[in-house]
Design a protein around this ligand. Structure first.
Ligand SMILES: [Zn+2]
Length: 126
């Protein structure tokens, strides 16, 4: 009996993603959202190496729930360092996950408008 309990506990997923509701997300000081409200962008910062984007991306399997996502997008549209997201995919399979890619694609799609809203990001010392 004890063994069976231990086994069932073992099989339960141990990682719980941090999710936000649409209500919570809409209360942040976001600067841009797409028409379908699948992505909310909180900040865009630029330096000579690329663009730092922070925002919320809607979960595909849990509609109305959002992941907090961060990506640094290089000059060739690459995601430097793989980005940050707290979803299961990012946790178990590495980076970058589809939410990081969605955030990058949303930025690229609305680049002109978002670049106008961008603030400077410090140049990294080498
Ligand atoms: Zn993710």
């Amino acid at each position: 009996m004890l063994n069976a309990d231990a086994k069932s506990r073992e099989l339960k997923p141990s990682y719980a993603p941090d999710l936000y509701t649409r209500q919570e997300v809409s209360e942040f000081n976001w600067i841009f959202k797409n028409r379908k409200e699948g992505v909310y962008i909180l900040a865009v910062n630029k330096n000579s190496s690329g663009t730092y984007v922070k925002g919320f991306v809607e979960s595909e399997s849990r509609k109305g729930m959002y992941h907090y996502v961060v990506a640094f997008i290089g000059q060739r549209r690459e995601i430097v360092g793989g980005g940050f997201c707290e979803c299961e995919s990012r946790h178990y399979y590495g980076k970058p996950c589809k939410h990081v890619l969605s955030l990058r694609n949303m930025y690229e799609k609305h680049k002109e408008e978002l670049d106008r809203l961008a603030a400077p990001y410090p140049e990294l010392r080498r």
